[in-house]
Design a protein around this ligand. Structure first.
Ligand code: NAG
Ligand code: NAG
Ligand code: NAG
Ligand code: NAG
Length: 340
């Protein structure tokens, strides 16, 4: 149950200076970073991030308890980006981490997650936030998972890949799956009849733009088994996944969000080039040209968080600043130039 004590010795200042690797020269013309206020209820990681209008929601996750042991949370809170205030929302019915969330028509859906003490196993429980006390149809038998790529098109939420177990201790086992499903928010029903991902992925980025579901990077059965793949499924004719241009920096536990026709991806876990093993890269995929660009890196590199856009700002609340656990309360935003 012990986590490495070296993590406690890390100062944020050190974390902020990570990332000397400069394989790809960042482009400074397309965006900038702004630091936002600290998370109201304190540090967390492995939570899910989504937004309702201009409010950024943080759902579940993991924080240290009073004995500095990682504890799974049922806490839900949101940040009002207009008046810059934090608010406590109704808690989840159960504590969970690595939740699969998406917002449709002003409601947050949680479609599977992981939960448990240190063996985090998949839960099929699914909820809709109004607040999160309303249970919806669980994930069909055999499809329960957390840490999946998520995308929304009209009334449907798409879920690709994920994992069913993560033993959160040194040498612990984790798996990855390639299954793909969708949940229809209008009929409260699941469809599991989609082609699987070309390879299993968890801790993976995802977004739908126009009629295409993109699944970016992610890893297989361990922190260092990460990939640079960009997979795409045409939702009008979902018969096969295509492999598009790979991202410049392969990584898992990254945070991705769509703004306009582009998908912005931040951070990640498992970078062997620094002691904290955290990726600092910001890279953007342009769906109109099938090409990637490298932008200004994260000022405080993190993993185990999510990203969500309000207007031209992509918010990234909390996350871990070392591999495995070291949750922080920092929230920053990447301001995308030239988007409304
Ligand atoms: C959930 O909570 C809301 C607001 O507190 C309440 O109106 C609603 O009836 C509750 N739903 C259930 C199923 O308990
Ligand atoms: C779920 O699927 C497993 C096999 O994957 C089967 O053994 C089990 O009976 C099924 N349970 C239900 C409730 O259908
Ligand atoms: C969902 O999980 C619960 C608890 O593990 C189990 O009792 C139930 O049969 C599962 N439902 C489906 C549809 O697999
Ligand atoms: C992507 O990863 C593959 C397999 O590891 C590697 O062969 C390829 O060079 C990588 N592409 C880029 C653009 O880094």
């Amino acid at each position: 149950m012990k986590f490495p004590s070296l993590l406690l010795g890390l100062h944020l200042a050190e974390a902020a200076t990570l990332g000397s690797r400069t394989a790809h020269k960042p482009k400074t013309s397309q965006g900038s970073w702004t630091r936002q206020s600290l998370i109201g209820q304190g540090p967390r990681q492995e939570h899910s991030v989504t937004s309702i209008g201009s409010d950024i929601y943080l759902v579940g996750g993991v924080a240290y308890d009073s004995l500095s042991v990682p504890e799974t949370l049922n806490r839900v809170e949101y940040y009002n980006t207009e008046d810059k205030s934090w608010h406590v929302a109704a808690p989840l019915p159960v504590p969970l981490n690595h939740g699969n969330t998406a917002t449709v028509d002003g409601k947050i859906y949680l479609l599977g997650s992981l939960s448990g003490a240190m063996d985090w196993v998949a839960m099929n429980s699914s909820y809709v936030y109004q607040p999160f006390n309303d249970t919806i149809t669980p994930m069909p038998n055999g499809t329960a998972r957390g840490s999946s790529a998520m995308g929304v098109r009209d009334s449907k939420i798409y879920v690709a890949g994920g994992m069913t177990i993560l033993q959160a201790y040194e040498g612990g086992h984790q798996d990855s799956v390639s299954m793909v499903s969708s949940y229809d928010t209008l009929t409260d029903s699941w469809d599991i009849d989609y082609p699987p991902l070309p390879e299993p992925r968890q801790h993976v980025g995802g977004a739908v733009i126009s009629s295409t579901f993109y699944v970016i990077g992610g890893r297989e059965n361990g922190i260092h088994q990460y990939h640079n793949t960009t997979y795409a499924l045409d939702l009008d004719n979902p018969v096969e996944w295509k492999e598009l241009s790979p991202m410049p920096t392969a990584r898992g536990s990254l945070a991705c969000a769509a703004v306009g026709k582009k998908i912005y991806c931040f951070g990640g876990e498992g970078d062997r080039s620094n002691p904290q093993q955290i990726f600092h890269e910001t890279e953007v995929y342009d769906t109109t040209t099938d090409s990637w660009e490298t932008l200004l890196p994260m000022e405080v590199p993190r993993h185990g968080t999510g990203a969500t856009a309000v207007g031209n700002k992509v918010y990234i609340p909390g996350g871990g600043v070392t591999s495995a656990f070291y949750p922080v309360g920092i929230m920053d935003a990447f301001v995308v130039d030239g988007e409304a």
